[in-house]
Design a protein around this ligand. Sequence first.
Ligand SMILES: Cc1ncc(C[n+]2csc(CCOP(=O)(O)OP(=O)(O)O)c2C)c(N)n1
Length: 636
Amino acid sequence: MGKIKEKLLSKIDSPADLKKLKPDQLPRVCDELREFIIDAVSTNPGHFGASLGVVELTVALHYVYNTPYDLLVWDVGHQAYGHKILTGRRDAFHTNRKLHGISGFPSRSESEYDAFGTGHSSTSISAAYGMAVASALKNEKDRKFVAVIGDGAITGGMAFEALNNAGTGKADLLVILNDNNMAIDPNAGIIGQYLLGISKSQTYNKVKTKIWDGLGKLDGLGKSTRKLIQKNQHALKNMLLKGNNLFEAYEFRYFGPVNGHDVGYLTEVLQDLKKIPGPKLLHVVTKKGKGFPQAEQNQTKYHAPGLFDKETGEIYPANCSDEQAPRLQDVFGKTLVELAEMNDKIVGITPAMPTGCSMNLLFEKMPHRAFDVGIAEQHAVTFSAGLATQGIIPFCNIYSTFIQRAYDQVIHDVAIQRLPVVFCIDRGGLVGEDGQTHHGIFDIAFMRSIPNMIVSAPMDETDLRNLMYTAQLEHIKQPFSIRYPRGCGVSPDWEQPFREIEIGKGRQLSDGDDVAILTIGKSGIFAQNAVKKLAGEGISAAHFDLRFVKPLDEEMLEKIFGKFSKIITVEDGTAKGGFGSAVMEFMAEKGFSSRMKIVGIPDKFIEHGSLEELYALCGIDEEGIIRTVKEMVENK
Ligand SMILES: Cc1ncc(C[n+]2csc(CCOP(=O)(O)OP(=O)(O)O)c2C)c(N)n1
């Protein structure tokens, strides 16, 4: 850190400081910024490759545009570390993603430079267009609007909904397409190939260069001539390219592809584009992980590598180890392969997260039965529905936070038609450092309100496996959701023969007299530990793992409410409308009058921090359960 003080970067507390530098100093700023990101992320884990790839673009944008007056929207926002560092958060950056520290994503409440909060992909063009239209309504003439979107994020339908809309308007909107030919995994689908085609096409680039050079010379010309040439050039471009250029077809003037690592050239290009009115798209070609060889070579691994050695690139092992307990994601991935080997109707679907959810194992074994559909959760669900109409059994794996995108498809395309799609909802519950945009805390509440839907949550890896097995059985003729959290299981001994689990049946894990603890999913592990500790303090708690939120095990609940006057429910999901609410509804409907407490995520957005910190913050861990039980027993 001492060394950094001598550097240009150490004097940049805002983009105004950056603007004081001469253009020939910018490459040095880029080097320093890159070094700063490498230093910071190697010791305090976060997203890595994406920010390294946009270092030059970030510097050029803040050099040329008048931020925060000009509004800059980063799609997904995982690439915005450089932006954060240049906009007053350099000294706070060591707190990135830590409890009470700065967020790993742009956040309006954190900085006036973060024009729009992001985390989920493909929203930037809509948001920036909305800002541009608002500005026009307010008669602001001089404001600029820039959306930076990756080639992965642009596969999301919403990006195209926005292009379709914005192309009809006159808004002075610049979309920068940051094309590194990667999402987290290799970019799936046609658009990536299309963009690669443009970048590689020599004819296209020759034409483009001529047009570009022409535009570059316009400055010195008189107004009318300039207009005329622009008009002709636009017409020429239209003639040559429109049929061939996707973005021109959307009435965006297309510029590029340009080298995204030449900061000098980028600043010149952006200066020129500032003068061109209307919707336009600049295609910038970058390398994900630029400047850190291991990250350039293994872009998926270094998307968010965890702790690593900045000299050797060696990634330090994460918490779960196969000798102790596997990651639940790996249990999912291995089990899916096993089931697919047993049942040839099974296929896997992922919207751009094959490595994250471990479906890459199925891709390796049976590539023809695994589908990465791009960042397209809505399509993933309806595509699965289509498959199910024809007797195929789709295991559609979507992170809890991202399936929020596809709620209508789950209802309209799957549930109404009672199609047997298996939803494997990964990262259910708190996710830790990614924070409020990524916590998967609403799914229990929103899935349980859908008719025809089976809603289950395994407590451990054995149940995850058995629920997956059960979901694909012949007699299951309805949608089946299985939600499980990020992280490790509890035992290395999970690869047991499959066992069918009866739908809507829970299990009793311990007996007691003072209080009943009802859990769903991983909360059961915390409760088991809590029960043991409570016993040591003379409190006798019975523990029931319900396994299903829908249908509820009513027979078991009748017995529980018949015996216990004090009941607590525990879930790693929102306390409003979730599992506890379901149990409370049951109690009211059946006329029971036990005292009940719901332990769940409070009714607010939960920040970032380690999983342990956040469980404790929300009171849903072992200690939180013990506290609530004691309050209950002491009649507080
Ligand atoms: C709706 C949604 N689905 C999935 C993700 C997970 N995700 C985060 S970054 C990413 C890849 C983005 O690729 P790209 O836009 O090309 O950016 P790059 O990382 O390559 O810079 C994905 C799939 C997300 N953030 N939002």
